[in-house]
Ligand binder design. Sequence first.
Ligand code: ZN
Length: 554
Amino acid sequence: MAQANRREFLQFIGMGTAYAAFPLERQTPQLILYNGNIVTMEAALPRAQAVAIVDGRFLAVGTNDEVRALATARTRSVDLEGKTVTPGFIDAHTHPSYAGLRHLRMVDCDLPSIEKILAAMRERAAKTPPGDWVMGFKYDDTKTAEGRPLALADLDAAVPDHPVFIEHRGGHTGYVNSLAYKKAAVDQKTPDPPGGRFDRDPATGRLNGRVAEHGKDPFEKVMPLQFSRDDYREGVKLISKMMTRTGLTSVHDVLGSPEDLRAYQDARDAGDLLFRVYCFLGVAHFEPMLAAGVRTGLGDDWVRVGAVKLIADGSISERTARLSAPYIGRPDDYGILVTKEDQLYEQAKKAHLAGWQVGTHANGDVAIDQTLRVYERLQKEYPRRDPRFRLEHCTVINDDLVKRIKTLGAIPTPFSTYVYYHGEKMHYYGAERTTHMFALRSFLDAGIPATQASDYPPGEYAPMMALQSEVTRTDRQGNVWGPNQRITVEEAIRVGTVNGAYASYDEHRKGSIAAGKLADLVVLGRDPLKENPATLVTIPVERTMVGGRWVYEA
Ligand SMILES: [Zn+2]
């Protein structure tokens, strides 16, 4: 047997088929997929018809004849019937464990009308003992048919006998009913807390149900937000199911806690982890791990310790990103820097010196400038080979910033689905500024490997939506925002695969379909490269494979 394999091996090398150097006993494929239109994202072999897989990795990639010749009696073969296959997609900035817990315990309020949201809350209340909390999340005030925000009276009428708290999609505000105010001991006379607000009706001065920033704290203190270890595991199971069915095979959890890291491992032990995770740790959790000697890269192909997460400024959707020019219609409002530069430097320095990758949330151009200054200083004072500094979001840029990002070798993770899904918020920024937001064209032209990133829950995560948003720069109402930043479908696929792998030091393990790499792939119902860009989002994901195993089949 060994000899036959050796002959095959030589033969395949000679034929130019991409072939992995596996030990001889591992050269018999367990699975062959053939008759595919396989988009490999490999320059040496951009298209293939078939792949052979063994032990969760690609053994060979090539023509039907080349690959099928490897089959033995023990090989299972699957006819792809001409379907298009791409590498599995990588979401380089998302919050899966956090989102999973919410999907497990809260009502998903991403619904087209207040009426539908109230109906969903009412339905959940009917199954909840009176007096217990009914919680919702993903409510977006700019997306409901009524064209007005949720009001206290809405929630009191729909759910009178349970305290209610609905999180805004952006995460910085909440909507409550009268019973919730009572439980949180907030009444008409309670003053706004520092750094927060209990919103009031401007006409009557009475509480109106909306609470902002630290105004959420008294509610979160009394809400049942303590999750058990089982909840965490179940949350990961649920979200990994949801995400893999859209074609994601790897995610970067960019604000993990030790509980999240444990949850991914627990889910994996239970056989419920369907995607691979690169787990960032918030700066508060970083010190104990540093003390334990952990650094970027510890783990395995399923769960790996990633970077330390720092935060420079606020958010795009809630207009707290720190900009050099004010928000449209708010001449004195430039947004907020949440961390001072010297403090950011001290945090980043500690991580940098310990051999950790550093990722800093920086949306506005002022925050990006500050973050780059910190990174540039670190590389000057303590040069490190290949630190791959990350700029999380990196939303509003200019030519000078792009040059510095390139020089530093830093990696931006701009929102991929924002233009398409949150287009109604783009007028906060104005047409001119949107020509250099989520600036993939600028990044790619400069040779910067920007990634695909959803930030879910705030943003949607389906890779096909990311493709449509990045290629068309058009929202769901047909408005075009920053068409100069359009990229091609092929480039968008590369952003979502190869570049995502690079951002976590995984370029030798994943991101493309090549012999030796992890067998992570997606089977699509139609070919995105032949699709009308305006309908990319409707391409069905038929199957998703992670490590040679189908984790989703339509
Ligand atoms: Zn985020």
